[in-house]
Each structure stands twice: as C-alpha cells, then as structure tokens.
Design a protein. Structure first.
Length: 147
C-alpha cells in the first residue's frame, strides 16, 4: 500500500470518528436542541443576556419551514462542491496538458505519442500502430473495388 492510500484511509477514519463520536458519547443530550446550528445558539444566548435586543437587520428571505431551509443549505453546499471540483479538475487538466506538451517537445520525432508509435496510413494521416481502419484490412467500403 502506497503512502497516499494510507493517508486517504487515515482521513476517512478521522472523518468517520468526527461524525460518530458526538452521537456515541451522548454530547448535547442535556440540551433542548442538541445539534442546533450556531445561528440558533447565538440567538438563544443573546436573548438570555439581553431580552429586549432588537436585531439590526432582518433576513431577505425567510423559508416557510425548516425543511426548505435545510434543502436550500444543501443546495448551496452542492453548488460550492461543484465549483471546487471544477476548479481542481481544471487545474489538474492544465497541469497534465503542460506535462504532456513538455514530453512531446522533448521526445524525438516518431515517439511523440508516448508508448504508441505513429505511422502514416494510405491517405497521409497518422494513426497509432495497431489501430488501422477496417479499410486497411480490405473490409466493406474500403474503396478497393473488392466485393
């Protein structure tokens, strides 16, 4: 097992422990809402400290139920994950393209395709060895006049 695989397994175990331990240890059992969000906890603490507190701003949109609020939060997280995945995929693709271009510039002519050598076919186009079209094998529609 290589080093990256060990690190990935360790990270998965840590994430699983972070998800399971609060439930297994009963953290938050003494609270009315054990896993309430930070906004709700802050609102409760402010109301206890200063009951006549008036917020400076009100939300632009207040969902009609908690389920819709959770769905919108999940949608926001999914969009953020998609943007991050696109960004990292784009970076990886650009890096791989640059590495391939560097290998192509360094390789002598005829070896630019890496493991596959290129040979010109009958019409001057280059195809990898072993990837001949059916026309080269005399297949139907090869234009050789054979039936």
């Amino acid at each position: 097992m290589n080093k990256n695989a060990k690190i990935n397994i360790l990270l998965v175990v840590i994430v699983a422990a972070l998800a399971v331990l609060p439930l297994a240890l009963g953290l938050g059992d003494d609270e009315k809402e054990p896993f309430a969000g930070a906004d709700a906890q802050a609102e409760t603490a402010i109301t206890e400290i200063k009951p006549d507190y008036e917020p400076w701003f009100s939300p632009l949109y207040e969902p009609p139920s908690g389920e819709i609020e959770s769905a919108l939060f999940a949608l926001q997280a999914a969009i953020g994950a998609g943007v991050l995945a696109y960004y990292f995929g784009l970076r990886k693709g650009r890096r791989q393209g640059a590495e391939q271009a560097a290998r192509t510039e360094e390789a002598p002519p005829g070896e630019a395709l890496g493991d596959q050598a290129a040979e010109p076919d009958g019409d001057g186009a280059h195809q990898p060895v072993g990837a001949r079209r059916s026309a080269d094998a005399g297949g139907a529609g090869s234009g050789t006049g054979q039936v």
